[in-house]
Design a protein around this ligand. Structure first.
Ligand SMILES: NC(=O)c1ccc[n+]([C@@H]2O[C@H](COP(=O)([O-])OP(=O)(O)OC[C@H]3O[C@@H](n4cnc5c(N)ncnc54)[C@H](O)[C@@H]3O)[C@@H](O)[C@H]2O)c1
Length: 255
């Protein structure tokens, strides 16, 4: 797939991996719609991409909370009117904190459902749209469960299951929207922070240490290059583990 001129909407695009996805996709010639609740970081990235040659018709920032369907819908509408369409949606916004488990489910799972349903509505061929690609960001916990973060792990398994279902030919033949998942390993920030702040019980701390003891932190630059490869090549319905310094490898969760 030639990325040049493709319009990509990235949720949680203002910071973390999402920021680097925006930077890399912009370098590849894509138009970027940054969607995030963090307005300061979103505006800062918009400014940065403008300095790198972006214009009002190639990069925008939408203040957007993926737990709010109306705001999310407005982000799609703004992207279509300002950038000329949406070709690729990256459902990346996420919370990794089991202490906030209701919010975690609403962002990581319901937010991805909202993103998928909006993609079908605006991109679906059965709704008069052009078709496209949705990349759902899961987690390496789909392959190696984070036993210390049961709710986070469950949301990411659900995302992988949904990718498998909506990515099946029976849906894609109807909508023309390919659905894939990328499952990154933990970031340096996730491994370095105070784990107790995100675990439901202080008793889980040793389990967290065991969960991540063999993990090499994933750099955002590597994750972003893997994302481009997955967009280009991954068959619909597939889920890809991304670890540092390695090529993406397919996770076979279901036979
Ligand atoms: N951090 C890790 O170690 C890790 C491990 C496995 C998978 N992942 C996945 O990779 C992706 C990116 O992770 P990250 O480490 O860059 O996360 P991060 O916490 O650094 O960034 C998440 C981004 O999402 C935004 N966001 C949060 N709630 C939002 C909402 N309601 N609406 C819109 N935006 C919202 C934040 O403002 C932030 O910009 C996520 O899907 C995450 O689950 C991360």
């Amino acid at each position: 797939m030639d990325m040049k001129g493709k319009v990509v909407l990235v949720t949680g695009g203002a910071s973390g991996h999402g920021r680097q996805y925006c930077v890399e996709l912009f370098k590849q010639g894509c138009k970027i719609s940054i969607c995030d609740i963090n307005t300061d970081a979103g505006e800062e990235l918009l400014h940065e991409l403008m300095k790198q040659g972006g214009t009002a018709s190639s990069v925008i920032f939408n203040p957007c909370d993926v737990t709010d369907y109306m705001q999310f819908e407005e982000a799609f509408q703004a992207t279509i009117s300002k950038l000329g369409g949406v070709d690729i949606v990256v459902n990346n916004a996420s919370v990794m904190n089991d202490r906030l488990w209701e919010l975690e489910v609403d962002v990581n799972l319901n937010g991805v459902i909202r993103g998928l349903l909006l993609a079908f509505r605006f991109l679906g061929r059965d709704r008069g749209g052009p078709g496209g690609i949705v990349v759902n960001i899961g987690s390496s916990s789909c392959q190696n469960p984070l036993i210390s973060l049961p709710v986070f792990t469950a949301t990411k398994h659900a995302v992988a299951a949904m990718t498998r279902c909506y990515g099946d030919a029976s849906h894609v033949n109807l909508t023309g929207v390919k659905v894939v998942a990328m499952c990154p390993a933990p970031t340096p920030a996730a491994l370095q922070g105070d784990a107790r702040k995100r675990l439901l019980s202080g008793e889980y701390e040793q389990t967290w240490q065991r969960d991540v003891s063999k993990t090499t932190p994933l750099k955002s630059e590597h994750a972003a290059k893997a994302l481009v490869e997955i967009i280009r090549k991954a068959p619909s319905g597939s889920c890809w583990l991304v670890e540092n310094s390695k090529a993406p490898s397919e996770i076979k969760m279901f036979s």
